[in-house]
Design a protein around this ligand. Structure first.
Ligand code: ASP
Length: 443
């Protein structure tokens, strides 16, 4: 048994958090490879070290005095070292960083130092080897990750080490230097390490109890999802529910390694287990609800649309020609609706409408703005009668006007369009009917 454990920024924000991390790592011998983020916020008004590093490098590029801010960053790390009573100095590392800043080593280099330095401290504190991510994670010339090389390097390096700390978020750029993933990318590093060492579980430790059934900004104190499949997670994440970096799912999914989201501040909780497939029934009929505001529906009416071959293609071609992707496309006999992001659509609205008139000559074309889409996701829906009935009667009782319904044939999700201002009410109503009312999956 082998586990890869990744700790997010808030789990390593100060010495107290480091102590929790050490207790977690040492609680199980099988927690062998540890991936740290840079120190995150210690309280609501605090700034993440990564943000400070980006800011500091902006000062470098603007030719301003960056030394004061760099000292503030150094002090963040020194406070951790002091409070943990470690025999460690980062003075030489900071000298090197200063030199590299003056040589304009780049914003990626600057940001990566957050994880790099935190990794050095954590390795020292845990008493295990430090492996620089720049030696084992490789990017190609075009900036994309070189998965095969990375997998081989990680495998080779780590098969000789029983335990190690590998900092998250960055690797080696093609031709030297450092390159980072996109923000939140330490999750990806953890997934790559898990895949390379053939881990049994990839534990992702954060500051939430797990993946929640609904957005806590909408529903008070939502339940934690105990088990979720990668496919369900993907549906929910696409619709705005975030705990993990999107790209972190793929390496572990490929290798069929479960991800366990855990809470550093409540380590006894089981968190959420993300798996390829499972026979474990979801606790409720639905697994989760997610959604987003800010969509426009473009309704196109034309008599005998159904008989016109190529109608749908011509409509979508207009969106493609204007560089827009569509989200959903429910249709009727003589009608077709295309949902797109309002922000993207707004500034090219008239051009797109004119192109649609030219291309398909509709009888009528109507644009409806300010819509929200809600995804109700659950592998349990397939086995349950009356799920749609329950959703829509709950929405009717909550006086929510349903503008659109779309259910894929996979029966994994139902997408519902409502007005922006009814979004919160709708999510709450769906949550209540399935979760608060505690309706279990029918046998
Ligand atoms: N420290 C980086 C960020 O703030 C990466 C990470 O935390 O995963 O985005």
């Amino acid at each position: 048994m082998k586990k890869v454990v990744k700790f997010g920024g808030s789990s390593l924000a100060d010495a107290e958090q480091f102590q929790k991390v050490k207790a977690i790592v040492q609680d199980e011998d099988v927690r062998r490879y540890v991936i740290p983020s840079a120190p995150g916020k210690r309280h609501d008004n605090d700034t993440k070290v990564t943000d400070l590093l980006y800011l500091c490098y902006e000062q470098v590029e603007a030719g301003e005095n960056f030394k004061e801010l760099l000292s503030t960053i150094q002090e963040r790390y020194e406070a951790i070292i002091r409070d943990l009573d470690l025999d460690l100095s980062l003075a030489r590392e900071f000298e090197k960083i200063k030199e590299q800043f003056l040589k304009k080593a780049g914003a990626d280099y600057a940001a990566s130092r957050g994880e790099y330095l935190n990794g050095i401290i954590l390795a020292n504190y845990l008493g295990i080897p430090f492996v620089d991510a720049a030696d084992v994670i490789c990017f190609r010339k075009d900036g994309s990750l070189d998965e095969d090389k990375t997998d081989a390097f990680l495998y080779e390096r780590l098969s000789n080490l029983e335990y190690a700390v590998i900092p998250g978020f960055y690797g080696k750029a093609h031709g030297g230097g450092v390159k980072t993933f996109s923000r939140g990318g330490s999750d990806i590093t953890g997934a790559l390490v898990a895949k390379a060492v053939r881990a049994d579980v990839y534990e992702n430790w954060t500051d939430v109890p797990g993946f929640l059934v609904a957005d806590p900004r909408v529903v008070d104190n939502p339940q934690v999802i105990e088990t979720i499949t990668y496919r369900e997670l993907r549906e929910l994440a696409y619709m705005g529910a975030t705990v993990l970096h999107d790209e972190a799912i793929f390496p572990v999914r490929q290798a069929n390694i479960p991800i366990n989201i855990r809470n550093t501040n409540a380590p006894k909780g089981k968190g959420t287990l993300i798996v390829g497939s499972t026979c474990i029934r979801p606790k409720y009929t639905i697994t989760g609800i997610a959604g987003r505001k800010g969509f426009v529906a473009i309704n196109i009416d034309k008599a005998m649309m159904n008989a016109e071959i190529g109608f749908g293609r011509k409509v979508l071609q207009v969106f493609e020609d204007n560089g827009m992707s569509f989200e959903h496309m429910p249709s009727g006999i003589d009608t077709m609706t295309v949902f797109v992001h309002q922000e993207e659509f707004e500034h090219q609205e008239q051009r797109i409408i004119a192109a649609l008139y030219r291309s398909v000559e509709p009888d009528e074309l109507e644009v409806e703005p300010d819509l929200a889409l809600i995804a109700v996701v659950g592998r349990g829906m397939r086995a349950t009668r009356g799920t749609a009935g329950r959703i829509f009667s709950a929405l009717a009782h909550a006086r929510v006007n349903v503008k659109m319904i779309d259910q894929g044939s996979s029966e994994l999700n139902v997408i519902i369009g409502v007005r922006n201002e009814e979004y919160e009410r709708a999510v709450q109503a769906i949550y209540d009917i399935f979760v608060t009312a505690g309706i279990e999956v029918l046998p």
